[in-house]
Structure formats: C-alpha cells, structure tokens
Design a protein around this ligand. Sequence first.
Ligand SMILES: Cc1cc2nc3c(=O)[nH]c(=O)nc-3n(C[C@H](O)[C@H](O)[C@H](O)COP(=O)(O)O)c2cc1C
Length: 244
Amino acid sequence: MKTVLINCSPKKRFCASAYFLFLQSLFIGGEKVNEKLRTPADHARILEQLRDAQAVVFGLPLYVDGVPSHVLRFLEKMEIFCRENGLKLNVYCIANNGFIEGKQNEPLMQVFENFCTRTGLACCGGVGIGGGVMLNVTRILFVVQIALLVLNTVLSAVHTGNFFPKNAWLSFAENTALLLYFNLGVLFYLSGMGRVIRKGAAFGKKYTRILIPSFVFILFADIFFVIISLLQGGIFRGWLAKKK
Ligand SMILES: Cc1cc2nc3c(=O)[nH]c(=O)nc-3n(C[C@H](O)[C@H](O)[C@H](O)COP(=O)(O)O)c2cc1C
C-alpha cells in the first residue's frame, strides 16, 4: 500500500505541518512518500505520485479560517487529474492552527469534504489540531532537553567521574514527560488515524489541541506576539530575512 503525505505549509523549514506529518508517518505501514507543496512547480511531481497511491494525507495550516490559497490551486488541478485518470484515493487531512481550539479547523475540513465529493474520492476525515505553533515548539524543547542531559553527563564525568548524574536524568525524565503530555491528544488521534489508514477505512473528523489550560496558552501567546512584533516579524526570521 502506498500513502502520499503532502506537507502543504508554504514555510521552507520548521513548519508545524512537517512535525504532525512526521508523527503520522510513524503510525503508517507500507510505502510512504513525503511531498512538499509550496508552488505550482510542485504540482506535476505530486500528481504523478498519486497515480498509484491508495491514500493521500494532506498536512496543512489553517489560514483565515480556511485552506491556504496555494493549496486550493493544487486541489483544482488534482480534481481534473483524478477524474481523467479514474483515481480512487482515500483522502485524509491533518490541519493545524495557531489559536488553541482545534475545532476552528472545521471549515477547512468541510472544504476537503466538498472537494472529495466533487472529485469522486473517498473523504476519510482527519484531525484538526489547535495550538499548532506551540506544539511545534515542543520538539525544539525536546532537543534542548537532550542537549542539556548530554552536557550535564559530560560535566559530571569530567568533574566527579560519575557517568550517570541522577538529578540530570530525573530532570530530563520530568521535562520529557511534560512535553509528551502536551502532545497526548495529537498522538492519540494520529495513532488512531494511522491504524485506519492502514485498513483503508474512514476515520471521521476529530479535533484536539495542545493539552494546556487556555489561560496559560493566552499568556504565553501574548508574550510571544509582543516579542515578535517588537522584533518586526520574528526572532530569527527577522534577522535572517533578505534586506532590500
Ligand atoms: C496568513 C495566515 C493566516 C492565518 N490564519 C489563522 C486562522 O484563521 N486561525 C488560526 O488559528 N491560525 C491562523 N494562522 C496561524 C497558522 O495556522 C499557524 O501558525 C500554523 O501553526 C502554521 O502551520 P505551519 O507551520 O505548518 O505552516 C494563520 C497564519 C497565517 C500566516
């Protein structure tokens, strides 16, 4: 069985869609093909991959309560391609948004349902994920935790000859468990959808979010956006952007 996972985020690097598609791919068997949809130059290549596929998983961000326009352009072409070639694909969708409620992805899911009905494909549902930006940050924090553990182990080995600093391991385990907890809703639904994709069945529409209380989310989001605004568009992106 061949599954094509299409990352539809227009970002070149470090997008939340890539993170969720990576997690999804852990739960899918058979042949998996990862594709990136950013510009019209990607259309023909992706459509060719769909020719002998059984399932396609779109991973995309919510833009203005809907589907990003470059994805709509692709869906228009895909509709013609699937009809002309008589393709029968199972279509799944992993949508993520910046605000906390995953349910906000409902209009986007409806666009995919309408697309499938019109194209004669099986709309097999998907997962709408709230707090996508913050969940994406948890993977950096996990890498930071590993780096800290390695650093602490090296320092402890050099200074005391102890290769197993208990406190460093305890703190690593605590922080990793916390990061895992934030992602539990996502992991629960993506593992379920993985099982369903393997069976070639429909999953239905499910919604989840980062597992933190809304008031904590709002506090951190406010701080984040104030900093981003002060830095005129991004901590790293602002610095690294090409200057005119
Ligand atoms: C142009 C634009 C419109 C957006 N509109 C919404 C929106 O309507 N609701 C929302 O919750 N997040 C919105 N967001 C936030 C994105 O959905 C969020 O940053 C997402 O995690 C990006 O996913 P990606 O990293 O895979 O591209 C918008 C972001 C951009 C750039």
